[in-house]
Design a protein around this ligand. Sequence first.
Ligand SMILES: C[S@@+](CC[C@H](N)C(=O)[O-])C[C@H]1O[C@@H](n2cnc3c(N)ncnc32)[C@H](O)[C@@H]1O
Length: 271
Amino acid sequence: MADRNQTAYAQPGLVRYYAQLQRLQPAEQGIWAKLQDRRPTMAMLDLGIGGGRTTQHFWPQVRQYVGIDYSADMIAACRSRFGADGPTLAVMDARDLSAFADDSFDLIWFSYNGLDYVSHADRLQILREVHRVGKPGAYFVFSSHNLQAMARLFDYRQHLSLNPITTYVDVAMWGLLRWFNRGLSIADLAQADHRILRDESHNFGLETYYIRPAAQLEQLAFGFCDVEVYPWTQTQPVAASDDPALAEALWLYYGCTLAKGHTLSESVLKE
Ligand SMILES: C[S@@+](CC[C@H](N)C(=O)[O-])C[C@H]1O[C@@H](n2cnc3c(N)ncnc32)[C@H](O)[C@@H]1O
């Protein structure tokens, strides 16, 4: 799965798309603002930087910045965007951060669902690597697609409205969604913790991991604490697990603190 997505992320159209993105998403803005006082002292690792959207905001404001992506074409686009005096960048796979020593970073960020383009086993490997290279007490931020919201979108009734044109377009997209995910049913999504599916981004061209928020919290429990969950559209985290935004936002940001001295639990290691 990671290899197929890696090939997709080398396509010139995708590289051009990510290289022109500028703004932080609302949840990223909220989290970044919260870290304001700590930023000047932080060594930061930015994973899956794509065309450098986050780099332009983060790099000038932290003590030390390293940005990586497993797509050489994305890193080349960043190098031409930021020039010779730009930040430290490397072609590197987040599944293997062996270039970095244990306890190296104060802040690790994996934006815009980059974690969702590897298999379940590889995702757990990335979380282990993040845990290893982060210092005790480091802050880890990432976003991930929300299976709770996608399960609703599988139901055609969610796409009906009083506007016939909107309904026509939405039902057509729903038909494509169901076609590209023929092996998956509403009942399956309703009970699953996580699933790989193809969504409309980049014309259904990527295999994408979706996870329920409760399952994501469980996945982090081996070594991360004080997890806050932000719908991507909000600058503030949700206050309760029954917040309706958790069922609607197609992706969620998770901000958490790295706790060391824990061992991986059985539930995290199971495939
Ligand atoms: C959806 S794009 C987001 C790009 C950028 N972070 C942004 O927010 O604009 C995901 C990026 O993650 C990268 N990526 C996915 N899996 C990766 C991995 N295992 N190691 C490093 N980069 C990865 C892809 O190459 C792609 O550039």
